[in-house]
Design a protein around this ligand. Sequence first.
Ligand code: CA
Length: 233
Amino acid sequence: MGKTILIVEDEQNIVDILCFNLVKEGYDTLEAYDGPTGLQLALEHNPDLMLLDLMLPGMDGFEVCRRLREQGSSIPILMLTAREEEDDRVKGLELGADDYIVKPFKMREVIARVKANIRRTSMLSSAPAAEGAPRGDGGRLVIDTAQAAILKDGRPLELTQREYDLIRFLAAQPGKVFSREALMEHVWNYEGYVGDVRAVDVAVRRLREKLEDDPASPKFIVTKRGMGYYYGG
Ligand code: CA
């Protein structure tokens, strides 16, 4: 079955070039030209991935992202931003976007990121069911791969797919430290990743807020200063 990409972007020429290239790669596309329509299509059609512009009529990309996550949608969101300010990019990630692409973008880069995020999704759904619980900490965290859920003290956590993937990846090798670049490569699926690894820190921070008893002194996802992160559960 074809994968569907929802494009939310108010500039017709950008929509056209994205559609043309995504269709050429074998994807189906849906288009919205303003924020409210984008949100509505995302909720109604549950596409496999969303390309979301930041500056949109009606409702900006931040708000679309926030509302979508609020409603429990975990579809991968790649934000398209013309802005150079790092604050804006981080804000998108804080609100639940999976990554951002800065305009003007190279089509090759967009396709690579779309593929990486879709591959991540399909790997997840075809993952074997028997992973078991990560050891330690009296088994407070249980990874239920069949349901793609993480339970803490018996209660399911409300996680995005990336957050789920991140815990699962780290917990598979407790105590082993992974650099941010390694996590970009293995959890974000960006092969040979070099460059901005801010997305990892933001994802970890968000995850800790949901996961840790005290996010200020994390016990599950632990920072190894200057090196990266490890699972300490
Ligand atoms: Ca725009």
